[in-house]
Design a protein around this ligand. Structure first.
Ligand code: DLL
Length: 426
């Protein structure tokens, strides 16, 4: 599929698109209603260009359908759930049939193969296992390829370094920032990554840059490849770099990409930067029609030296919404607000400060407390701090340092409040 002549690829895309749009229309009330109201009818889809006439799907559609409202398969056919941050308290839920899980593993096999992973490789999978798609997504792909997987999941840095060394790991999967942290911690522990058999890093789930890639490669002696994906579409394996490291190739036969102007929704030509929109061409349990990813990138159609005919995406430069990615976890400022306001004693004035220390993201939340609380004894403030930290962790899954400040100390803005200060330098 990676090397198909373009005409053949476009024909496959069209046939699959017609099937998936029909499935979404027949089985998912939201898609049915939208297409009925705004058109076109699934039978009117005669060319790939007709797709642009279909309505978009956005993250709040998934939130509003929480938990099972967008499923196109009955529960008996669903074999897996995952979830990702919503914009407020509740996560968004995604689901897979047996065939969907197999297709996803195939996309991951193509991803691993593209960057030179093969059977015989020992893969340390340090993406989180659980509701996050990273762990199980990479796991099933690496197994299907015939590699040996170490399902170590995220965290516990010293154990990660021990396993890397003792098992003779050749491939590592994690966020680029976490890998940098591993290298730095390794050097403190006397482990030089240049001396390890490690060759390949499959890095994604957060934005990173070419200079970060160079730094990682210099410090560790491995080749660092960019993998892209998102839960709403499948998880990791939507796009992956080949050995030429010239941007992730999108698996277009499974995920149909468009680039639009984020303000007007107008489709833009290849090469122009805008928001990536994806339509899933195979997913049965939860088809997505024109899903707005909010990721800003461009489609690169110029030939790649590897010979793949699949277009690439350029580095994701930013998002068109306010979602932050902290230690690979997606975070909306509105989630912090929901958590803070659920705890008595705080005022709705807060600021989120994100920084990076020794390669690891840090999260601090400064919040004003009510005058009554502020004049309270230290014990009360400490308790409040604990409650807030717990509330934030239970909504976002992230641990934050809480700094309580006196009423009216955080800077007020005359327009939009500046909630986030991001000091990370990538
Ligand atoms: O992060 C899936 C994934 C897991 C991808 C492991 C790669 C590796 P979500 O948690 O739903 O899914 O977050 C998706 O993360 O819309 C982007 O904003 C960002 N993102 C993912 N990969 C990259 C990347 C997983 N390579 C959101 N570069 C996406 C930049 C990325 N941003």
């Amino acid at each position: 599929m990676d090397f198909l002549p373009l005409e053949q690829l476009r024909q496959i895309q069209l046939t699959r698109l017609q099937v998936i749009v029909r499935r979404a229309y027949d089985r998912v009330p939201l898609f049915h209603r939208r297409m009925k109201e705004r058109g076109p009818n699934p039978d009117d889809l005669r060319t790939l260009a007709d797709l642009a006439r279909l309505p978009f799907t956005v993250k709040t559609d998934l939130r509003d359908a929480y938990p099972f409202g967008l499923f196109a398969s009955p529960l008996q056919e669903i074999v897996r759930f995952h979830a990702s941050s919503g914009t407020t308290g509740k996560p968004i839920v995604v689901a897979y049939t047996k065939e969907d899980v197999d297709d996803w593993a195939r996309a991951m096999v193509r991803s691993f193969s593209a960057c030179g992973v093969h059977n015989g490789d020992i893969v340390q999978n340090a993406y989180g296992y659980g509701l996050f798609t990273g762990g199980l997504g990479a796991h099933y792909g690496a197994e299907a390829l015939g590699a040996s997987v170490i399902p170590i999941s995220g965290g516990n840095t010293e154990r990660q370094i021990m396993v890397l060394k003792d098992f003779g790991v050749t491939v590592i999967c994690c966020t680029p920032s976490y890998f940098l942290h591993l290298v730095e911690r390794g050097s403190e522990l006397g482990v030089n990554f240049h001396d390890l058999p490690l060759r390949i890093g499959v890095f994604g789930a957060e934005p990173w840059t070419e200079s970060m890639r160079r730094r990682i490669e210099e410090l560790s002696g491995i080749k660092a490849y960019d993998i892209y994906g998102l839960s709403e579409i499948v998880g990791p394996g939507v796009a992956m770099e080949c050995q030429h490291q010239s941007g992730p190739h999108l698996f277009e036969d499974m995920f149909y990409p468009e680039i639009i102007d984020p303000d007007t929704g107008t489709p833009l030509p290849d090469g122009q930067e805008g928001e990536l929109v994806i339509t899933t061409l195979c997913k049965r349990a939860m088809p997505m029609i024109r899903y707005r990813t909010r990721d800003i990138t461009s489609l690169v159609a110029t030939p790649c030296a590897c010979g793949r005919t699949l277009r690439r995406i350029s580095r994701i430069s930013r998002r068109s919404d306010d979602m932050l990615i902290i230690r690979g976890v997606n975070l909306f400022p509105s989630q912090i607000e929901t958590a803070l306001l659920a705890v008595e004693g705080t005022l709705p004035h807060y600021q989120i400060i994100v920084d990076r220390q020794q390669g690891l993201d840090t999260l601090e939340v400064q919040v004003e407390v009510t005058p009554e609380f502020f004049s309270d004894m230290v014990g009360g403030l400490e308790k409040l701090q604990g409650k807030l930290s717990h509330a934030i962790e239970s909504v976002t899954g992230l641990r934050a340092t809480i700094r309580l400040v006196a009423p009216r100390t955080l800077q007020r803005s005359e327009g939009k409040a500046k909630r986030v200060i991001d000091r990370r330098q990538m």
